[in-house]
Design a protein around this ligand. Structure first.
Ligand code: SF4
Ligand code: SF4
Length: 144
């Protein structure tokens, strides 16, 4: 985990303004059941979305401002819903791995230690759970 509160405060979250950090399945729990339950909770909050790469392989990230409640959302860039004037609204324990593994450096030369490829490979193992969680939330919305 890489945290440099002073440096990020000075920068005012350029990374968060550009695109939200990517989450890993383990950010939602340690078991398949926990991950499924917490993904449903996350999608119902409207603050988390499923995105995909050029090969249509899925991953999860915070939603983008103005695009809350889009469970599936493919965006090239946009500001993370959790960014406030005072910084990230989430405690360190709740932040996506992609945020915690971005090493803050001077002159915006921050280094990402979690690749999109690795993230996608992790989500591939939970694809069924991910899609089932999205279907569950969709059903819930239809019932409302
Ligand atoms: S990680 Fe880098 S880009 Fe993001 S807020 Fe910190 S210094 Fe700025
Ligand atoms: S979750 Fe927090 S640290 Fe990560 S991109 Fe969003 S505002 Fe930035």
């Amino acid at each position: 985990m890489y945290v440099n509160i002073e440096l990020c405060k000075k920068c005012q979250g350029k990374c968060c303004k550009n695109y939200p950090g990517i989450a890993l399945p383990k950010d939602f729990g340690n078991t398949k059941e926990e991950i499924f339950k917490n993904l449903i909770k996350a999608f119902k909050s409207g603050k988390w979305s499923i995105d995909w790469d050029k090969n249509e392989e899925y991953f999860v990230r915070p939603s983008i401002k103005g695009r809350k409640f889009y469970i599936f959302d493919h965006a090239i860039s946009g500001e993370c819903v959790f960014l406030t004037e005072k910084g990230c609204k989430l405690s360190l324990e709740k932040r996506p791995s992609g945020c915690l593994l971005l090493e803050p450096r001077e002159s915006e030369k921050c280094i990402q230690h979690l690749t999109k490829r690795n993230t996608i490979n992790e989500w591939k193992k939970f694809k069924e759970i991910l899609l089932n969680a999205a279907i569950e939330v969709d059903k819930f919305e239809v019932e409302l």
